[in-house]
Design a protein around this ligand. Structure first.
Ligand SMILES: Nc1nc2c(ncn2[C@@H]2O[C@H](COP(=O)(O)OP(=O)(O)OP(=O)(O)O)[C@@H](O)[C@H]2O)c(=O)[nH]1
Ligand SMILES: [Mg+2]
Length: 595
């Protein structure tokens, strides 16, 4: 009877595997509870882990020399666990537990409690408490014994087969069975020393006593530790596991093992213990489930809102670009209308001067009149062009501004959907979730500021003369104003000026009539060239400005973008981890319930 064989005899390997599966699940749950920084759940899980990893605890009680220590050795299949002898040996309550390595023995409460560690595999599943005889004078042991009984899974009462009648253990039987509802068994030890008649009356006596104590069908076994151990060290190892194993049950331990396996270590008791453990794990998972669901949904919402914001910004930019194109087109129409006017006047004016050539006006006077006419034409051209372009650009800028304001309001509405009071009261206390509120409020106030902030809105429509290199940073109107000024003051006047310069020279030469056509063509092409330059400059600068405005709005969302990115990185693995735990819990729970 080696200890490896005892392992499989006493503990049901199938249930043992479930125990390991629960232990694994609990360690996953522990890691998860640490990840979500919930110390209460971590503590609960740790208690469960301790509980599930506790081996079964058997307490062995009986009179001095009844053979308790020998019984334990035989049951565990190792003669070396408890000290056995003719004189009183077990002089204090002794807890025998598993240890790796050489083993040890030390008094954990001097004079009262000893702990023995042994590298015997079965002790990983069953820890045993050996007690001094109940009739020994050392009564202070009774308190410790009782403490162990309350935590035990089985209490074994050992009697001397030949003479069980003077037993002093019955008060502890009451304590274990009646007060604590613990499973108890009775063992008639040293059965080899009693004859059949003696054994039979001992059985009857124990059964009667037990029944008087409301133990309905008392479990009474007769064993001989002596024979069992002798057999094991003799030929047990070779015989173990063979078909006629039962016939070799020298010492009567087989029925004891059967009972233990069926009712404690492999039976209903074990199942109850497993299902209570998985039940507790399930409770924790359910408790976390709602919060995890909340977080999962929030992550999805956050991502959707971010996508909507990006989309809206994109659409807004497109819309603004479209408005700018339309504005540029309107400006160009105005420009064309104005230069059409200039061209006509120029043509008409020239004709008048050509006709006037035949008059008697002196060249000097003619020159003066032409200069006056030129200056007048230049001034009117500039004024008309400025006025009409100015009006159009003001109207365009207003529309543009309204569009942007409306978009910002929509963006604010999107941001408001991110508020979630529930998220602040969960079992999950990640720093990430704690500063969520701050991030959302920060972004909201930045966006609200864009609406209210003088500088931003002002700079949109700023009319200050920030022409030149500052154009791109000025308001829309400043941009347009700058371009208009450049087009009219500088370019138009130059064009007209340079064309008139030719006129003056030609007048002096008296060939105006011949060159008139050429002059008109020159003006046309210069104005046309200027037109495309105007168009490309105003369009380019407005688009640059637009880009700046949208960049600034986008920039206000940076914190939120970064937050959601971080949220995704941190929460995704947590969500997956929890899903896995949840699934294994459900699966394990179902399997254990079906056992
Ligand atoms: N013949 C026979 N002797 C046994 C048997 N079991 C134990 N003994 C002997 O009985 C004596 C007492 O055995 P223990 O196992 O030390 O008894 P115990 O109840 O632990 O004794 P204390 O710890 O001193 O109270 C020892 O000399 C053992 O060798 C048995 O089954 N048959
Ligand atoms: Mg003993």
């Amino acid at each position: 009877m080696d200890s490896a064989m005892m392992d499989s005899v006493i503990v049901d390997p199938k249930l043992q595997r479930y125990k390991e599966a629960i232990a694994q699940l609990l360690s996953q749950l522990e890691a998860f509870s640490r990840a979500i920084k919930n110390p209460t759940i971590t503590k609960t899980v740790q208690n469960l882990q301790e509980n599930i990893n506790q081996p079964f605890l058997f307490v062995v009680i009986g009179e001095v020399k009844a053979g308790k220590s020998s019984f334990i050795n035989a049951l565990l299949g190792s003669g070396e666990i408890c000290e056995v002898g003719a004189d009183p040996r077990t002089n204090m309550v002794t807890k025998i537990i598993y240890t790796e390595g050489d083993g040890y023995s030390r008094e954990t409460k001097p004079g009262e409690l000893r702990e023995i560690g042994r590298p015997v595999p079965i002790l990983q599943q069953i820890a045993i408490v050996d007690t001094p005889g109940t009739n020994s004078p050392l009564q202070q042991h009774e308190d410790i014994t009782k403490e162990f009984i309350t935590n035990s899974d089985l209490v074994v009462f050992v009697f001397f087969s030949k003479n069980p009648y003077t037993n002093t253990a019955w008060s502890l039987v009451d304590f274990a069975h009646q007060e604590w509802k613990k499973p108890v068994i009775f063992v008639l030890q040293q059965a080899d020393l009693a004859d059949d008649r003696e054994l039979q009356s001992s059985f009857q006596y124990i059964e009667q006593e037990a029944q008087q104590r409301q133990i309905a069908s008392p479990q009474v076994f007769a064993t001989s530790a002596k024979l069992a151990i002798e057999n094991a060290s003799g030929n047990g190892a070779e015989n173990s596991g063979t078909a006629d194993e039962r016939n070799n049950d020298v010492g009567g331990f087989m029925p004891v093992q059967d009972f233990v396996r069926n009712t404690i270590t492999g039976g209903q008791g074990y199942r109850l213990k497993l299902s209570s453990n998985i039940g507790s794990a399930e409770q924790i998972v359910i408790r976390l489930s709602n919060d995890m669901q909340l977080i999962k949904q929030q992550l999805a919402t956050d991502e959707a809102v971010i996508a909507k914001i990006r989309n809206r910004l994109g659409q807004g930019e497109e819309q603004s670009r479209y408005e700018i194109d339309a504005l540029v087109a309107r400006l160009m129409t105005q420009y064309e209308r104005a230069i059409y006017q200039i061209k006509n006047e120029f043509r008409d004016g020239l004709s008048i001067f050509v006709l006037a050539k035949r008059s008697f006006l002196s060249i000097f006077n003619r020159k003066q009149r032409i200069e006056t006419w030129m200056n007048d034409l230049k001034a009117r051209a500039q004024h008309d062009l400025e006025e009409t372009l100015d009006e159009t650009s003001k109207e365009g800028a207003k529309r543009f501004l309204d569009g942007i304001q409306q978009m910002i309001r929509q963006l604010l509405a999107e941001l408001n959907t991110l508020d979630n009071e529930k998220l602040r009261k969960t079992e999950i206390s990640l720093p990430l979730l704690e500063y969520r509120y701050e991030v959302i409020e920060g972004v909201k106030s930045k966006i609200t500021n864009l609406l209210n902030d003088e500088t931003f809105m002002h700079c949109l429509t700023d009319t200050a003369d920030s022409v030149g290199p500052g154009v791109a940073s000025g308001g829309i109107l400043a941009v347009i104003g700058g371009v208009i000024a450049a087009v009219t003051e500088v370019v138009i006047l130059d064009i007209i000026g340079s064309v008139f310069l030719g006129v003056g020279v030609l007048l002096a030469g008296g060939v105006l009539l011949v060159k008139r056509r050429g002059l008109i063509q020159k003006l046309d092409s210069e104005l046309e060239r200027n037109r495309s330059r105007f168009e490309s400059t105003v369009s380019e600068q407005l688009n640059t400005r637009l880009q700046g405005i949208y960049d600034e709005i986008s920039l206000s969302f940076t914190d939120l973008y970064e937050y959601v990115e971080q949220e995704r990185t941190e929460l995704t693995p947590l969500i997956a981890q929890f899903e896995e735990i949840k699934q294994s819990t459900e699966q394990l729970s179902n399997e254990i319930r079906r056992l």
